[in-house]
Design a protein around this ligand. Structure first.
Ligand code: COA
Ligand code: AMP
Length: 631
């Protein structure tokens, strides 16, 4: 039996001793009463009775253990021309001072703090300062519009919001402040205080009695110590798309998160303290939380915070420049980033300009990794390219090739095998395991390992209904796939209406809600259509109210603008068409799956329950007009 199998089996057969061993590598203010509280299934808690501080484990511990002068964070920003390194000591001091500033403004353990910021070092300082105080941060991705921010404000009810004057995209500066002001106006929850970082690229006006400039907030603030919290207390809330426009607040607790993430840095990513690790994502996503901020710092790595893109900042050699300049050992990004590079530099010419001798492994996740991209990256970089599968809910891999345990042979299209702690099954509709090779619902047997979400913020019933009700005793991932005869897992598609756009998770239901609100739209459907760069993009089909006098083009322009304004540019909603009617089953269900197949030129069977087969021909024609289908 290989090392992976041995460790995996132990994690499943005796999870308590497995995770207790991992927990020994972590600093606790008080030890746990029990490793796992399984007294109230299907709800489980790790390390009840223990006290811990996440920020202490990320920073102070390393300073005390002699890593004070080692680089903790490298901020590399091609969009502003800034490059700055923070040692563990410097980062700890900045975080302690900012925590002091937050405390002076009344932020205490358990209070929520919303963070709406671009990729600047202050966002990391803000997150860790909240963790230092035991306050619960909720970071909102900058590409979301005011309305989405408002929804999150109303759910999290923050005591304070931390934001910045602007973000910088490749070709434009994005003013954050008007979005923040609008969100606060839209929200029902009263936001009394904001700390605003003024960036020199664009400064903004502050609102008297509400906004405090970052430097003013920290002026004279005293360094604040780490506040011990219960291992089961929340560290953060991260909102992710659900099947409606209402996002779900995924809760992360403190204890299990430190234990699991630190464990993954060595066992999955094969990094040792001191190694440079780079996750090219955004702090607004779970990848950013787990692997720009927390995981690498728990493990004493140097983490890279990159404010740029794979292409255009300034060229498709941007990633190789960062890897070579900072001696990155392990990199993590989404396949879409590599598709963007490949599109502009298919020969990989830019790679040859850089010394990548420190680079050992590339990890990809966030969407299904297409074999072309995997092969291209392997060939051009000459390092193992590892696909791994995970979700906002789990915070770390459900399946991975655990490079720190044993490198298993790569099978294209598969994120390899279940990670230790993840008892993955494929079930049929009646909840029975299917035979190998057969597609079904991918589920994980409870209890989920440490670091995964214990609940949804203020929505325990929704947590149960969404994830635990359908397959009793299992967590429903909402992905479908199969396990082959060698135990390799293949993740094929979502079973709900979530689509994956450039590695970002979006709800088509949420986009439909926006379209349906247009006064001329009687009915609509949104589906995720294949896109060679972004994986999928949303395409809208609109049925207009009869008697509408305005032109189709005008209405399409308006709905595109509405989605941009209400969800945000990140939705990448740019394609819609008007149709006479939508194909439905006799019971009235819109046949989105069939329409998607038409758009993607895939073969499809005429659904037996369709009420009027002729509609599909009309749909194919309309999709053809905007460049889809055609077979
Ligand atoms: N603030 C404001 N707007 C933002 C933003 C932010 N933080 N991030 C993205 N946007 C905007 C973009 O400017 C773009 O606007 P546009 O429609 O005016 O062009 C829109 O949101 C879509 O952004 P994005 O999905 O990033 O697409 P892109 O076309 O700008 O770039 C890639 C495509 C592939 C280069 C880019 O998505 C990428 O690097 N992705 C891989 C890494 C990653 O982030 N993965 C996430 C999970 S691991
Ligand atoms: P998010 O919560 O934004 O990280 O998105 C999680 C979803 O992205 C998963 O449920 C999958 O649908 C998809 N996903 C993430 N990683 C992979 C992967 N390696 N292979 C296939 N799909 C993936």
């Amino acid at each position: 039996m290989g090392r992976y199998q041995e460790i995996y089996d132990r994690s499943i057969n005796d999870p308590e001793s497995f995770w207790a061993e991992a927990a020994a590598a972590v600093h606790w203010h008080k030890k746990w009463d029990k490793v796992l509280d399984d007294s109230n299934p299907p709800y489980y808690r790790w390390f009840p009775g223990a006290e811990i501080n996440t920020c202490y484990n990320a920073l102070d511990l390393h300073v005390e253990n002699g890593r004070g002068d080692q680089a903790a964070l490298i901020y590399d920003s091609p969009v502003t021309g800034n490059l700055k390194t923070f040692s563990y000591r410097e980062l700890r001091d900045e975080v302690a001072t900012f925590a002091g500033a937050l405390a002076r403004l009344g932020v205490e353990k358990g209070d929520r703090v919303v963070i709406y910021m671009p990729m600047v070092p202050q966002v990391v300082v803000a997150m860790l300062a909240c963790a230092r105080l035991g306050a619960v941060h909720s970071v909102v991705f900058g590409g979301f519009a005011a309305n989405e921010l408002a929804v999150r404000i109303d759910d999290a009810k923050p005591k304070l919001i931390i934001s910045a004057s602007c973000g910088i995209e490749v070709n434009r500066t994005i003013e954050y402040k008007p979005l923040l002001d609008e969100a606060i106006q839209l929200a029902k929850h009263d936001v009394e205080q904001c700390i605003i970082l003024q960036r020199p690229e664009h400064t903004c006006d502050l609102i008297d009695d509400r906004d405090i400039e970052w430097n003013q907030a920290i002026s004279g603030a005293e360094a604040h110590d780490c506040v011990p919290v219960a291992a089961t207390d929340p560290l953060y809330i991260l909102y992710t798309s659900g099947t409606t426009g209402e996002p779900k607040g995924v809760v992360r607790d403190n204890g299990g998160h430190v234990v699991a993430l630190k464990w993954t840095m060595q066992n999955i990513y094969n990094t040792q303290p001191g190694d440079v690790y780079w996750a090219a994502s955004d702090v607004g996503w779970v990848v950013g939380h787990s692997y720009i901020v927390y995981g690498p710092l728990f493990n004493g790595n140097t983490t890279v915070l990159y404010e740029g893109k794979p292409v255009g900042t300034p060229d498709p050699g941007a990633f190789w420049r960062v890897i070579s300049e900072h001696k990155v050992k392990v990199m993590f990004t989404a396949p879409t980033a590599f598709r963007a590079i490949k599109k502009e530099d298919s020969q990989g010419k830019y790679i040859k300009h850089y010394d990548l001798s420190h680079f050992k492994t590339l990890f990809l996740a966030g969407e299904r990794c297409d074999p072309d991209t995997l092969q291209w990256a392997e060939n051009k970089l000459g390092v193992p390219v590892i696909d791994h599968w995970w979700q906002t809910e789990t915070a770390w891999s459900i399946c991975a090739n655990c490079m720190g345990i044993e490198q298993l042979p790569v099978k294209q299209g598969s994120p390899t095998k279940p990670a230790p702690g993840m008892d993955v099954h494929v079930l049929d509709e009646s909840g029975h395991d299917v035979e190998s090779g057969k597609i079904g619902a991918l589920v994980v047997k409870l209890p989920l390992p440490p670091g995964t979400f214990p609940t949804l913020w203020n929505a325990q019933q929704r947590f149960f209904d969404t994830y635990l009700a359908e397959y009793p005793g299992y967590y429903k991932t909402a992905d479908a796939g199969y396990i082959d005869e060698h135990g390799y897992v293949f993740v094929m598609s979502r079973t709900d209406d979530i689509i994956n756009v450039a590695g970002h998770r979006l709800s088509t239901g949420g986009i439909e809600e926006v379209l349906a609100a247009h006064p001329d739209v009687a009915e609509c459907a949104v589906m995720g259509v294949a896109d060679s760069l972004k994986g999928q993009i949303p395409v809208g089909l609109l049925v207009l109210n009869s008697g509408t006098e305005r032109s189709n083009d005008e209405i399409i322009k308006e709905v595109i603008q509405m989605v941009r304004e209400q969800i945000g540019p990140v939705a990448a909603f740019k394609k819609a068409t008007v149709v006479k009617r939508l194909p439905k089953t006799r019971s009235g269900k819109i046949l989105r799956g069939t329409m998607r197949k038409i758009a993607d030129s895939e073969d499809y069977k005429m659904p037996a329950t369709i009420d009027d087969p002729a509609i599909l021909g009309e749909i194919a024609e309309s999709l053809g007009e905007i460049g889809y289908g055609g077979k």
